[in-house]
Design a binder for this molecule. Structure first.
Ligand SMILES: *Cc1c(COP(=O)(O)O)cnc(C)c1O
Length: 396
């Protein structure tokens, strides 16, 4: 086993070697600009981009004309939220989202708020769940968009996209979901789901960083988004800028692999995750699971180890890469907005650690992490291993 152990797969993932191999020719001999219509270099690049688009569409169960390449889920989220607010100005100016969304959704909404858009941020329950009825109650005649993530990146909680989307349809309100964490991990036949827009990101699914896509459902009457990046009119005018050809090729390959391996991989990672939780909760006292006990991503485990500062625990786990709840984004020292939204006591937020499992996680790593965490928590709590009581505080 190689140290340090990587258990932060929600933050990013390494590029799968199969993905890299597919991408490599598009950096060198097939370097053309897909917008060059006059020669073979351009044609080859364009063909690669369109092939990538149709692979992505096929995996999602949608039409290739419904896929727009972006630089990642952040840009996809910005494009749909800001683009729709502008294009549907005459219809209404109300958006519904939630307090636990990714910053790229929350901050897009906040910026629109500054310019007069009305935004409702729905509250969640102790597990990070939103009841579909909350969405129904929040919809007004001015509502143009509901944007709720498929799976939470910190606590793994899944939203009920089917019921929420159905309510949106009943009320003729468009529905967007940020599926950066969910895609390739939970089954999603996007074509048959009541979802109008869906964001994905390459680097969360063993593809490259700096590439993502937005699914935009083709419907009658057609939904128009105001582009957020103007220029040469690439991507049907929705997203100007030369398409990242190796990125698009890599995203398609990554999604294809994720689709093929999802069933086995989810089962494998869920078993690792459940073992970790079982060991933490039987070997240690005062541990709490954050997020929904069952309706969550298979590879996510978010645990509070009471009476231990997460930063001290992280320091002690210096050969294990995990994230803390007190400062989830390294750029933002404030406690995690997601854990705060669950209404947890401060000591539970301050002692939260997120474990993210992934494609290269092994049983040896899982065993090592369990051992190191248990040792470190006991040491930091100043208790001897031999005096602890065997007691389960909280179990799944
Ligand atoms: C990582 C992530 C994003 C941002 O994706 P980028 O491609 O890095 O811009 C958005 N939403 C969620 C839920 C994420 O996990």
């Amino acid at each position: 086993m190689k140290l340090p152990v990587y258990m932060d797969y929600h933050a990013t993932t390494p590029v799968d070697s199969r993905v890299l191999e597919t991408m490599l020719p598009y950096f060198t001999e097939k370097f053309g600009n897909p917008a060059s219509k006059n020669h073979q270099f351009g044609w080859i690049a364009e063909e690669a981009v369109e092939r990538a688009r149709s692979i992505i569409a096929k995996v999602l169960g949608v039409d290739s004309g419904e896929i727009v390449f972006t630089s990642g889920a952040t840009e996809s989220n910005n494009l749909v939220i800001k683009g729709l607010t502008d294009s549907l100005r005459s219809k209404g100016n109300h958006i519904i989202s939630a307090v636990t969304e990714h910053k790229s959704v929350i901050d897009s909404c906040r910026r629109l708020q500054k310019y007069g858009t009305d935004v409702t941020f729905l509250q969640v329950d102790q597990y990070g769940t939103i009841a579909p009825e909350q969405v129904r109650r929040a919809i007004t005649p001015k509502t143009i968009l509901v944007t709720l993530m498929a799976a939470n990146n910190e606590i793994g909680t899944l939203h009920n996209l089917f019921d929420i989307g159905s309510i949106c349809r009943e009320h003729n309100v468009l529905f967007h979901t940020d599926a950066a964490q969910a895609i390739g991990k939970v089954f999603m036949d996007v074509g048959s789901m009541p979802v109008d827009f869906l964001s994905i990101s390459g680097h969360k699914i063993y593809g490259p960083k700096g590439i993502g896509a937005l699914f935009i459902r083709n419907k009658q009457p057609k939904v128009r988004l105001t582009p957020q990046i103007d220029g040469g009119g690439h991507e049907k005018g929705l997203r100007s800028g030369t398409v990242n050809v190796p990125g698009a090729v890599g995203l398609a390959k990554a999604l294809e692999i994720a689709g093929e391996e999802m069933t086995n991989e989810s089962t494998r990672l869920r078993a690792y995750r459940d073992t970790m939780w079982k060991e933490f909760s039987t070997q240690l006292q005062d541990v709490f699971l954050n997020g929904h006990p069952t309706n969550r991503l298979p590879n996510n485990l978010n645990v509070s180890f009471l009476n231990v500062e997460d930063s001290a625990l992280m320091m002690s786990l210096n050969d294990i890469a995990v994230s803390t709840g007190s400062a989830c984004s390294t750029l933002d020292p404030a406690p995690s907005h997601v854990l705060k939204a669950l209404n947890l006591p401060p000591d539970r937020i301050q002692s939260a650690i997120r474990f993210g499992l992934g494609r290269y996680s092994t049983p040896e790593e899982v065993e090592y992490v369990i051992k190191r965490v248990v040792e470190s928590v006991e040491k930091l709590r100043g208790r001897s291993k031999f005096t602890r009581k065997h007691e389960t505080i909280n179990s799944v």
